[in-house]
Design a protein around this ligand. Sequence first.
Ligand SMILES: [Zn+2]
Length: 208
Amino acid sequence: MLKLLKQIIFCNYLISPHFNVIILIINRKYYFYCLINIKQIAKTLSDSLVYSCKLLVLLHKQLDSSNSYLLKTMKVSVIRKAHFNAAHRLHNPAWSEEKNQEVFGVCNNPHYHGHNYNLEVKVTGEIDPETGYVIDTKKLSALIRSEIEDKFDHRNLNLDTLEFKDLNPTAEHIAIVIWEKLRAKIDGRFELGIRLFETERNYVEYNG
Ligand SMILES: [Zn+2]
């Protein structure tokens, strides 16, 4: 019994503490089960593995937060792309015109200029065992549209938005503003990352 238990502890499996699921990794294939659904496991796996699973279930029930070193979580990232066009001017009012020109170059043009901003929003979390999703991309897409695209698309960031009234609208600052807007609306159990492309070759990342 002790030998078998040791074998189980060191075999390839993951238990999600949040969703009561077990993921067995056999021959590099992932098997994803609710802990309560032993019959489903029996249909797919051999008797010995079913026995192991039952022991795992018992083991799992005995685990508490003090034993969390035995638990591993499996997280997946979902990435949604979005896009908006916006104008801006990079300028530091504390500097002379010459210094602004020297540092920001053409981006200091007093008549503003535009960019086609491409945005990638990365949401990382555990898979919901009922839907198989980490997050519903339809909901994520609607959130990005209402919080970001509707507010910034075809706007002059310096003149038309409160966010950049006193904040130099560099890609770095825009990424942080976007992250904060989305963070306020996305459940805290998810990790959030932003990648913002100002041009094809220049992009910034912010993960909070
Ligand atoms: Zn620019």
